[in-house]
Design a binder for this molecule. Structure first.
Ligand SMILES: [Zn+2]
Ligand SMILES: [Zn+2]
Length: 505
């Protein structure tokens, strides 16, 4: 039998020019999250032409699903999910190289389909077009709408400076902090005003001070999204958006608690009101499947790819990805692959590189190598229950500062601010702590259906928090503005009202 993996490689080679055209086409039309209509059209047209069964606008307006299976497919054969991403960044285009992730998905799908069609491989392949990775949580929504239920494993790869089979991606919880004050003439009657911008500045500076007490693996970065309209008007509203990142859910909760203290402190100090809202579409840390990652390395090395072995690089944390949430549902991999550059993503320079043809003149990789071991080609995929990813490993073994503090969730129960405590004695802000619950999903019980025990954990509370109504809104939403407002509406924000009379004097 001719080597099937070589056939896959040959099929991909035949698509080389067409895939490059698609990559450049998408790169030339950068579209932000949930607005990727051009990319959606380009990718679905190609997959349709290649004989895939394509469902456009699959569950979300710019998502799609393309399916193919061998003639002899039966339910006991594996179903492989391959993710495409195709959203860009504001102002700097495809600076994360998602145009390359898009064609990578197409390449894998075409290569496998070719061999399936020849009757040499039994299985099913699903290409899932995933919008809005850059902060929109496209895959989180797709998980909740059941898009991953048919798959046995999920995989994708991300362009980078490095070849890393199991990169570290941390959990990310975005939070919007809104301060409300009172407008007044800034020169004639400043004492009648309450300056919301001062509250926001104080909050921002408090975060900077608190960094001294942050663990080395935590990251908090923020911007001002509202900061007044004119210097001679005391700003009556100011708003900040922070990303709060930590390697695991326990530490993220610890970080969120510190952040809440800073928000509330700034409000009290300035006499403003504050609303804060942790995004329910937060990203989980990535748990790469050991088995899939080792297969990726074995096959890559056979092709001559050199993987990084510097311990510092292997332990270096990256950003965050909604593939982290997928990795809690299915055995997954999200390796980084090198574009032969030392420039980091999210820069204009990386955007340019994402459109370049890679100079492989000094590349000693041998793509014509025959891959001898075929036992892993759709033959031996990890299953949900036995894969290490099925167990919540909520500590980063590479983190030397990993003495995770147990967080008591009811230690604010005696707070004198009634609005902060619910009937169970839980601090309400904990309701916004948002980690995808792995156990209910692995038992085939989506979070929304999970029974709530007498003594609910934050994950139980989260399960309550993702409502059928919210999922229905995700299914029907038509634009990002609607999506944001519905998300914020559903999110149980809460408010502190400081004594504005005293604060204004
Ligand atoms: Zn990115
Ligand atoms: Zn990216």
């Amino acid at each position: 039998m001719e080597n099937e993996k070589s056939k896959v490689c040959a099929a991909i080679e035949r698509e080389d020019a067409a895939l490059r055209d698609i990559s450049i086409n998408i790169w030339d039309h950068p579209e932000l999250c949930y607005d990727e209509h051009h990319a959606h059209q380009v990718l679905t047209t190609y997959l349709q032409a290649k004989g895939f069964s394509v469902e456009g606008q699959f569950k979300l307006p710019t998502a799609f699903r393309a399916t193919t299976q061998s003639k002899d497919f039966t339910d006991d054969a594996p179903t492989i999910g391959v993710m495409c991403e195709y959203d860009a960044l504001p102002g700097i285009g495809h600076a994360c190289g998602h145009n390359l992730i898009a064609i990578l998905g197409l390449a894998i799908a075409c290569g496998i389909k070719d061999v399936m069609d020849s009757g040499d491989l039994k299985g099913k392949m699903i290409v899932l077009g995933c919008p809005a990775e850059e902060g929109g949580g496209g895959k989180v929504k797709l998980i909740h709408t059941g898009a991953y239920e048919d798959m046995d494993i999920a995989m994708m790869a991300h362009p980078s400076q490095f070849n890393l089979p199991k990169p570290i991606y941390v959990a990310n919880s975005p939070v919007t902090v809104n301060f409300k004050g009172k407008a007044s003439h800034a020169s004639s009657f400043p004492w009648n005003g309450i300056n919301a911008l001062d509250a926001a500045v104080l909050c921002y500076q408090s975060v900077a001070c608190m960094r001294q007490q942050f663990r080395p693996t935590w990251r908090v970065h923020g911007i001002f999204t509202k900061a007044g309209v004119k210097p001679n008007i005391i700003p009556d509203e100011a708003e900040l958006l922070f990303y709060c990142r930590a390697p695991n859910s326990k530490e993220l909760t610890e970080l969120q608690r510190k952040m809440v203290g800073l928000f509330e402190g700034a409000a009290v100090a300035t006499g403003c009101k504050v609303n804060y809202c942790f995004d329910p579409l937060s990203y989980d840390s990535l748990m790469s499947s050991e088995k899939l990652a080792s297969l990726y390395v074995a096959n890559g090395e056979e092709l001559g790819i050199k993987f990084e072995n510097d311990p510092l690089l292997l332990g270096k944390q990256g950003g965050s990805t909604d593939m982290g949430n997928v990795s809690r549902v299915l055995p997954s991999i999200h390796p980084k692959y090198s574009l032969n550059t030392d420039i980091s993503a999210h820069t204009k320079e990386f955007c340019d590189i994402a459109s370049d043809e890679i100079d492989d003149s000094e590349d000693d990789r041998d793509y014509d190598n025959d891959l001898e071991d075929e036992s892993d080609l759709l033959g031996d995929v990890p299953d949900r229950e036995s894969d290490p990813a099925a167990v919540e490993i909520d500590q980063d073994p590479q983190d030397p500062y990993n003495a995770v503090t147990e967080v008591e969730f009811d230690d604010q129960a005696d707070s004198d601010m009634d609005s902060d405590v619910d009937e169970n004695g839980e601090s309400q802000w904990v309701k916004n702590v948002n980690h995808f619950p792995p156990i209910p999903l692995f038992t085939g019980q989506p979070g929304i259906k999970a029974a709530i025990p007498d003594d609910p954990s934050p994950i139980d509370i989260y399960n309550l928090f993702i409502t059928d109504e919210l999922i229905a809104e995700w299914k029907t939403e038509t634009n990002v503005m609607q999506e944001q407002s519905s998300t914020l509406k559903t999110c149980s924000c809460f408010q502190i009202e400081a004594d504005s009379k005293n604060g204004s004097q």
